[in-house]
Design a protein around this ligand. Structure first.
Ligand SMILES: [Zn+2]
Length: 126
């Protein structure tokens, strides 16, 4: 389902959340909105998945966006957290599997790259 140009022209700004789930053609459509309709598009999303690989939508957005601003959360150690870490019920870091798995704080946490690579979800679980 895609909005027509006339429908889009009613808006001053387009905001897209969870942009990592967009496809390349969606990002191309955002370029059309910005360049041809001259409506700003602001996207929020994750850069990489739990394997530290780019999401398709994020990859094309990183390639083409006019402005990129990184909103960092913090790892338990105080470092900036760049890794969206998927973990299992027994507290181990999962690095393989389907890219998309629905879940919240029970399945994902934010770690710095060092602790993602070491698989340390917290100081007491070292
Ligand atoms: Zn850390």
């Amino acid at each position: 389902m895609q909005m027509t140009d006339d429908e889009l022209r009613q808006y001053d700004c387009v905001i897209v959340d969870e942009v990592q789930f967009c496809r390349k053609q969606d990002i191309e459509f955002f370029l059309h909105i910005v360049d041809d309709l001259e409506i700003p598009v602001i996207c929020y999303g994750l850069r990489t998945d739990f394997r530290m690989e780019l999401f398709e939508g994020s990859m094309w957005l990183l390639a083409w966006a006019d402005v990129i601003e990184e909103l960092k959360t913090v790892c338990w150690c105080g470092q900036g957290a760049v890794c969206n870490t998927r973990f299992s019920e027994d507290g181990t870091v999962i690095r393989e599997g389907e890219q998309v798995m629905m879940g919240g704080n029970d399945k994902y946490t934010a770690l710095c790259r060092k602790h993602y690579r070491e698989g340390k979800l917290g100081p007491e679980k070292a």
